[in-house]
Design a binder for this molecule. Structure first.
Ligand SMILES: C[S@@+](CC[C@H](N)C(=O)[O-])C[C@H]1O[C@@H](n2cnc3c(N)ncnc32)[C@H](O)[C@@H]1O
Length: 248
């Protein structure tokens, strides 16, 4: 997969693209990320990329021309067929959206700054506006990195065991189950005994039940139509809540 990022702060991408799984994905050539400085496409000697908003108001707005010229410069290495504009007004970034975007062979990500980007850029590039949440950051760089890292996990060979991705939160519409590691007891608190049993079937059932329990408690909005086995586990969860004790 190839991703080209357009930004006014290319340096923000240096360390994340060299670190951990993302760094390995880039090094192994599973993911190519090009970072282009929008300012390189400004036409005046001050390298101006912003201007005052028409109609007045606070702050500055990123102008169209440098962004459009930067996208043009990518043609040849990137089809520029799918341009994502990071924006708090975009569609929310969820795991299905990550999966959908990761299926593209190449993408262009545009990072805004200041009060945002001239609205015509979105229309002219048919940009897909994507938001990382209902809060406002100072720029699109961290949202772009969030999207890049989430997409990289979907690419074959990036996460060591594909199973880890399959059991991640949201992978199949529920939160992930709790995880424990050694030692089996810390400050008098033991890990659930079933995890020490070596009984793979019982462990898988416990994990699914705990994933459903957490989802029901914290994100009931995620629980849609469920399988017969999940329905049975949810009935058990309700019975557990009604009676004394919890879990196995
Ligand atoms: C200060 S924000 C502009 C906010 C804009 N005035 C508004 O109210 O929608 C500057 C840039 O940060 C990025 N940004 C801020 N919050 C974001 C979010 N939640 N998701 C994605 N991008 C965001 C966008 O690229 C945006 O153009």
């Amino acid at each position: 997969m190839r991703i080209d990022v357009l930004t006014l702060f290319p340096e923000l991408f240096e360390t994340p693209l060299r670190t951990s799984l993302l760094g390995k994905a880039v090094e192994a050539g599973r993911l190519t990320v090009g970072v282009t400085n929008i300012r390189d496409f400004a036409r005046d000697r001050h390298r101006t990329v912003d201007d005052e908003p028409f109609g007045g108001g606070a702050g500055m707005v990123m102008t169209c021309e440098p962004i459009l010229a930067a996208v043009e410069s990518l043609r040849g290495t990137n089809s520029c067929a799918h341009v994502v504009m990071l924006s708090p007004r975009g569609r929310p970034l969820t795991q299905p959206v990550v999966r959908e975007l990761a299926a593209h062979k190449d993408l262009v990500l545009v990072c805004g700054r200041y009060e945002g980007v001239d609205e015509r850029v979105v229309g002219l590039l048919h940009a897909d506006e994507v938001s990382v949440g209902d809060y406002v950051l100072s720029g699109g760089e961290l949202p772009a990195l969030t999207l890049i890292e989430a997409m990289s996990r979907m690419l074959p060979g990036v996460v060591g065991k594909a199973e880890s991705v399959d059991t991640d939160s949201f992978a199949d519409g529920v939160l992930g189950p709790p995880q424990y590691t050694r030692p089996a007891e810390v400050a008098g608190v033991r890990v659930p005994e079933v995890l020490l049993s070596g009984h793979h079937g019982a462990i898988a059932r416990w994990r699914r039940k705990e994933a459903l329990r957490l989802t029901k408690e914290r994100r009931p909005d995620l629980l849609g139509a469920c399988t017969e086995q999940d329905a049975e586990l949810l009935r058990e969860i309700e019975a557990d809540a009604a009676g004394p004790g919890r879990g196995e």
